[in-house]
Write a protein that binds this ligand. Structure first.
Ligand code: ZN
Length: 228
């Protein structure tokens, strides 16, 4: 009987290990940008004038849960220097059941940020130079991540006029209200990013970008002195 119990215990451990490693190998992965992925991003998020070498980017495959606890597959492209942090963050969010509705490549929206945000899509890399400069935005370097973008909009007031991006997020500018997918200071998403050195756009003073987590200016300058 004791031998039988031992066999059961060993089989159980092997099973657990296979679940663990299987998840690790299959569901949360970091890959180089292969030909298939490049074909999907070329001319879209990876525009033809993009000076960032493909070797600096990584393709992440992740799992995430929506507000009903349903598991979905997700993928994003980000900079190699934050890839393992971003993977760890999405894994921790998944394990905690932190709701994220959609994580698709912005290329599925033809790299149109507004369309991606209206769809509440979470994403990272989308190359562009900052208007009229040779500087590259942190999303353009793959060094910023946007989460649950519809419910956590970018808000700016110019000459007393409120600008909201996406433009359909008017119901989510009042941050004293409670609604699904809302990112708040001190919540798990905030903590996981800021513990790894990311800054939150919800902490900015002149504009608010509640969906946005980015590496510091100092770190971005260190990595890309020509473009910051
Ligand atoms: Zn952003």
């Amino acid at each position: 009987m004791r031998k039988f119990m031992l066999v059961v215990a060993v089989l159980w451990l092997v099973f657990q290990a296979s679940v663990f490693w299987g998840e690790d190998l299959g569901d949360f992965t970091i890959s180089e940008i292969d030909a298939d992925t490049f074909a999907r991003i070329k001319g879209k998020s990876y525009k033809d004038n993009c000076p960032i070498p493909l070797e600096d980017l990584r393709h992440l495959h992740i799992l995430h849960k929506d507000i009903n606890g349903i598991t979905h597959e997700g993928e994003l492209v980000c900079n190699v220097h934050i890839a393992s942090d971003v993977l760890d963050i999405f894994r921790a969010l998944y394990e905690a059941g932190y709701p994220i509705e959609r994580v698709r490549l912005v290329d599925e929206y033809d790299a149109d940020d507004e369309a991606s945000m209206r769809d509440n899509n979470s994403s990272c890399f989308n190359f562009r130079f900052i208007s009229h400069t040779t500087r590259i935005s942190k999303h353009g370097l793959g060094l910023a991540v946007d989460i649950n973008t519809l419910y956590n909009p970018y808000i700016k007031t110019v000459d007393g006029k409120l600008t909201v991006e996406p433009s359909t997020a008017g119901n989510y500018t009042d941050r004293t209200r409670t609604f699904p997918y809302k990112i708040e200071r001190g919540d798990l998403c905030f903590r996981l990013f800021t513990e790894r050195g990311f800054e939150w756009g919800g902490d900015w003073k002149t504009v608010k970008d509640y969906q946005h987590f980015e590496v510091s200016d100092g770190r971005a300058k260190e990595l890309y002195p020509d473009y910051r």
